[in-house]
Design a protein around this ligand. Structure first.
Ligand code: IMP
Ligand code: MG
Length: 181
């Protein structure tokens, strides 16, 4: 098992590139099946979801377009407050079936606010496709993702797009913070 040190902490590989690609293909298959005959708009949430979105979107066989937004929580770690967009959505989404591509749904705060905004902008339907999901951390039932790569425990993870203070996104696997025991 690969490990590395950062900021005085040890991280160990918990999802290998092979495991990741297998689940990305499965999720893409579910979306291709569920949206057959439709033209969904994918919205990738920056920064964390860009690698997942790149892998997933290449396995989508539908006639589909993709765009990008950047969301930022007002607070830092822990309980997040309201979420704001710092790269805005310019597309007209009235009547569109939207699939939001996220890196991870934790408390669900980000997706709660973003889904609300998408419906206010006239989306016909909104589903969340998240690479990772921490079910134990969920505080907003309406943010529960329909499409999930992996359900994981309430531990800090990084890699495959996810960051530790903006770094480590380029690791090809997911690493979990090793807790002392
Ligand atoms: P939520 O709004 O609480 O669901 O948090 C979603 C956002 O928090 C994600 O888009 C990530 O940027 C960040 N996040 C949550 N958990 C982790 C983690 O374990 N590692 C890195 N980022 C995380
Ligand atoms: Mg993020």
């Amino acid at each position: 098992m690969r490990t590395f040190e950062a900021q005085g902490m040890t991280f160990e590989e918990t999802l290998t590139p092979e495991m990741i690609q297998k689940e990305v293909a499965r999720v893409a298959g579910e979306i291709n099946r569920d949206f057959a005959g439709k033209e969904p708009l994918f919205i990738c949430v920056l920064n964390g979801a860009f690698i997942f979105a790149a892998d997933l979107f290449r396995k989508i066989t539908l006639h589909a377009d993709i765009t990008f937004v950047r969301l930022k929580s007002y607070t830092g770690m822990g309980a997040s407050g309201e979420v704001r967009e710092i790269v805005n959505l310019y597309e007209d989404i009235r009547g569109r079936d939207v699939i939001v591509i996220e890196d991870i749904v934790d408390t669900g705060n980000s997706m709660h606010y973003f889904k609300k905004e998408l419906f206010e902008a006239g989306a016909e339907s909104v589903e969340v496709c998240s690479f990772l999901f921490k079910p134990e951390a969920l505080q907003r039932e309406d943010a529960r993702p329909k499409y999930v790569g992996f359900e994981i425990p309430k531990q800090f993870i990084l890699g495959y797009g996810l960051d530790l203070d903006e770094f480590e996104r380029n690791r090809d696997a997911v690493y979990t913070l090793k807790t002392e025991n």
